[in-house]
Write a protein that binds this ligand. Sequence first.
Ligand code: FMN
Length: 319
Amino acid sequence: MNNPSLSEILNIKHPIIMAPMFLVTNTKMVKEAMKAGIAGAIPAHNFRTIEGFELALQELEQAKTEGGAWGVNLIVNRSNPLLNEQLLACLRHQPDFVITSLGDPSGIVESCKPEGIKVFCDVIDSKHARKAEEALADALIAVNNQAGGHLGPYSPEELIPTLKSETNLPVISAGGVGDSEGVQRMLNLGACGVSIGSPFIACEESPVSAEYKKAVIDYGSGDIVTTKKLSGVSCTIIKTPYVEKIGTERNLLETLSHSLPFLKKTIKTLTFYRGMSALRKAAFSATYKTVWCAGPSIDYVKAIVPLRDIVVQLTKSAE
Ligand SMILES: Cc1cc2nc3c(=O)[nH]c(=O)nc-3n(C[C@H](O)[C@H](O)[C@H](O)COP(=O)(O)O)c2cc1C
């Protein structure tokens, strides 16, 4: 069985990816991640234009550091009208890896593999994992039920061994890790590495508002709730007073329109764009409409610190 560590797959010092986070991970963070000896990934959908995306790729290409690696997250379903252009930009600027989410990765693998760009696929169960293996992906990102953002239904204890036994792909665990013991726990379960998001939201280099960072410090795992209101699929958010007021369940009209076949596609797209816009406003401006995305691993965040200190916390006992 193929069992390389993520450090070997990406030629990085520590087997850790700073996960792509919509509106949060920026080029500054990815560059710092590389300097600290881990990989960092940036979501293509952070950029409203291809020109902006291309500039970011150029910056990262030039900043590539020994012992670090950089990647791009592509949304590969129909909600992403820019996918083809984003892919072409990736082929021009050669990230070390691409992470696919929310759809069929085969077209991405076909284009990236010949260029030496690795493709890792976000999966939540063995059905999706087998599809990624059929598409000849390089590794799986096993998104568990403790992950921030779009989470899966299974615990890492269930998910990692299942994916290891049902596929031959290396498994990168995503969700719930915030210290070096957590990293080691995932490696002991059979993961080749770990993808970590929420613990980086409040780092010094992060572009989000002081209010969002303070919430990540002040709130804890008990305050994380899931909602389908934002993107149509379950997404974790902090239960602020505003979220309590609007609720996390879809209202009757939203539920009805999602169940009517002729309206389903339009409503899904509308929900997605409205949700993303709510997140964008809350991430960067002082507004009482605080819809902040984060996962239970914010428990590990105690202060705003430089990104490299978080990497030290994640790797210290290993050294
Ligand atoms: C604020 C936030 C935004 C996210 N945005 C994305 C995204 O754009 N694309 C993606 O594939 N995953 C996204 N995720 C999921 C992360 O890539 C990763 O799977 C998750 O953070 C792992 O769980 P953790 O937060 O406990 O470390 C996001 C997570 C958070 C917390």
